[in-house]
Design a protein around this ligand. Sequence first.
Ligand code: NDP
Length: 288
Amino acid sequence: MGAHIIDGKAIAGSVRAEWKLRAENLVKQGITPGLAVIIVGDDPASSIYVRNKVKACNEIGIYSEVHRFSGDALQEDVLLCIQKLNENVQIHGILVQLPLPPHFDNNAVITSITTQKDVDGFHLYNLGALVTGNAIFLPCTPYGVMVMLEKNNILIEGQHAVVVGRSNIVGKPMAFMLLQRGATMTICTSKTRDLAAFTRSADILVVAVGKPKMIQAEMVKPGATVIDVGINRLPDGKLCGDVDFDSVSQVAGYITPVPGGVGPMTITMLLCNTITAAERVQAHTSQV
Ligand code: NDP
């Protein structure tokens, strides 16, 4: 029997509808959630991501503004911009589109964002808060995965979850979120010996590597939940994930497709984090 396909597009749609009401509620109370996006350089993929984020903000009722810098901009100019945005009461979330040009120090830039506006959840403080079970903002992609698991009533506690990939934006925060929910965790990397031995023992398998179709059916436990974070472009221009969907969907219990799986959830969770940031400001304002 084929796996149940987790429809990221549909889940993202229902989450956005729910959060649009929350944004509207804030507007009624005089606070329009605001997101500032900083982009440095003219990387075409980054420009598309930023455009999509702005469009999604417009659709859900978030005010957004984009601050563009040329690829040879000085880091101190970007830091100055962030400092102004930190103080700007109309802005509740600030994100810096990555990657930054090589002459930038990523950590210096990200940690200059006030933690209360770090809606990407990449600030070192926020990552530390996540690790200790006190997350302020959850990084958007793994947050989206958690929502997908929740909406499908997939048991996490006591399950063996294997995350393949250890990046700071996906693999590591993903592992800590699953750990926080009571999963027994394994993280695999490029250095892991006998990857298949680990992936085959996973009740929940999350793959975030960037290698097309690297997870094959024989690497998956029958009935497992398989979440494919990878986005790869094939020579024919089509997108595919890190999981061989055709074969793995014959073995898994649940599976996310690419496209239409984790992808639509990432921007959705950014919107949720921005609205959450504005709700916190509203709650604080009404207390004083
Ligand atoms: P990174 O390149 O930062 O990390 C990739 C990870 O994969 C590394 O930790 C690396 O291990 C590990 N790896 C590489 N080869 C192997 C292997 N053969 N076996 C096991 N592990 C391996 O990528 P990201 O985490 O940023 O992204 C991963 C994928 O997810 C990409 O395809 C990206 O496009 C996609 N993505 C999708 C998003 C979405 O919204 N759906 C959002 C963000 C990313 P090591 O550290 O040892 O080198």
